[in-house]
Ligand binder design. Structure first.
Ligand code: KG4
Ligand code: ZN
Length: 336
């Protein structure tokens, strides 16, 4: 270790994943995640359960990250933590822990906007997008198109007015009797299916999204079909999954095409848990070839909630000396 080494501990606890990562001189040495499987029993994230689970996991996860990176905590240069947006009780666990640790080590504390971090996950590894670029961030909690002018210069140009894209997958899965989170299950079943059922494309202005109408049309469709044939879901599961998936993905892609056309930006990035979706990846590649886009999707471990993206985002703030005091509070809503 030299005096010039910059070693950042990143901490993420905004939803149901407790994560800690170590970034040394711009390189990720460890990215540990404790995923809370106990929400499966409830079919969704239960805030109180999540914050209690964070309390149990935070110390072991941070220790594991330090151990894996072979870094002693005394060598840390700064601690970065998600301030929001997210579940207040969950955020509070990570933020309190980070404050305490920064205070005891007498090192700077850096606060990070979780949605900015999803975008900056593209800077963890090569290939990195060129500025300006557009980022479609699609997860269980968010659906946004972000215009990124610089590392910390971002503007949301499209967002969902109700459910997130991941929620659309998860809620459809619930109707079909699939386990939570249903996105990966629907993706897998859809590969065996034919998208022969048609659902209308939601109509929302400009670059915004809406998924609640789609959810209702799927519900009515299933009710109608089940009245005729009580085994409709089991007999057509793969085709239903393929149909829902293609509807959601085509909708995301149509908005992304529109955003690119309107801004003239052809550097296109995708982030968030839903970017694991195989149909989305397929359509992104095909559209990229068709329209001459350069497309970027980070490794899946950097797409889902993780602390590597928090540490990576912190690096940009560290360089500018943007530190915060012990008085900061978590923010359930936190604009970019
Ligand atoms: O980013 P993430 O891990 O957590 C947050 O919500 O912040 O995203 C989780 C979401 C869930 O809604 C899950 O169903 C969805 O991402 N997801 C997928 C796939 N893998 C995860 N959705 C569609 N296809 C997938 N392969
Ligand atoms: Zn997230």
């Amino acid at each position: 270790m030299t005096d010039k080494d910059v070693i950042i501990l990143g901490i993420e606890s905004s939803c149901d994943d407790t994560s800690a990562a170590i970034l040394k001189n711009g390189k990720i040495l460890a990215n540990c995640v404790a995923t809370q499987d106990l929400h499966k029993a409830y079919g969704g994230v239960v805030p109180e359960v999540a914050s209690r689970a964070h309390q149990i996991s935070i110390v072991p996860v941070v220790s594991q990250a330090l151990e894996q990176a072979n870094i002693d905590k005394s060598a840390l240069t700064a601690i970065a933590v998600t301030r929001g947006p997210g579940l207040l009780g969950s955020l509070l666990v990570g933020l309190s822990f980070a404050k305490g640790m920064a205070l005891s080590l007498n090192i700077p504390l850096i606060e990070i906007n979780h949605m900015q971090a999803h975008v900056l996950a593209h800077f963890i590894e090569e290939p990195k997008p060129q500025f300006p670029f557009l980022c479609l961030t699609v997860s269980g909690g968010h659906t946004q198109i972000v215009r990124v002018r610089g590392p910390l210069e971002m503007e949301v140009i499209g967002t969902t007015i109700d459910d997130a894209a991941g929620e659309a997958f998860d809620k459809t899965g619930k109707m079909l009797g699939l386990d939570y989170p249903a996105g990966p299950v629907i993706d897998k079943l859809a590969q065996q299916g034919i998208p022969r059922f048609e659902f209308p494309e939601p109509k929302v202005k400009a670059l915004d999204f809406s998924f609640s109408g789609l959810k209702t049309s799927i519900l009515y469709f299933l009710k109608r079909e089940l009245k005729e044939n009580p085994d409709f879901i089991t007999e057509n599961l793969n085709d239903i999954c393929a149909s829902v998936q293609i509807r959601i993905v085509s909708y995301l892609m149509n908005k992304l095409r529109k955003a690119s056309a309107e801004t003239g930006i052809t550097e296109i990035a995708v982030a968030g848990g839903v970017s694991a979706n195989s149909e989305l990846r397929k359509q992104l590649t095909a559209t990229g070839v068709e329209l001459g886009w350069n497309t970027y999707v980070p490794k899946i471990e950097y797409c889902t909630d993780n602390a590597a993206m928090i540490a990576c985002a912190a690096q940009f703030k560290y360089e500018k000396g943007e530190f915060v005091g012990q008085d900061i509070v978590p923010l359930s809503r936190y604009a970019m």
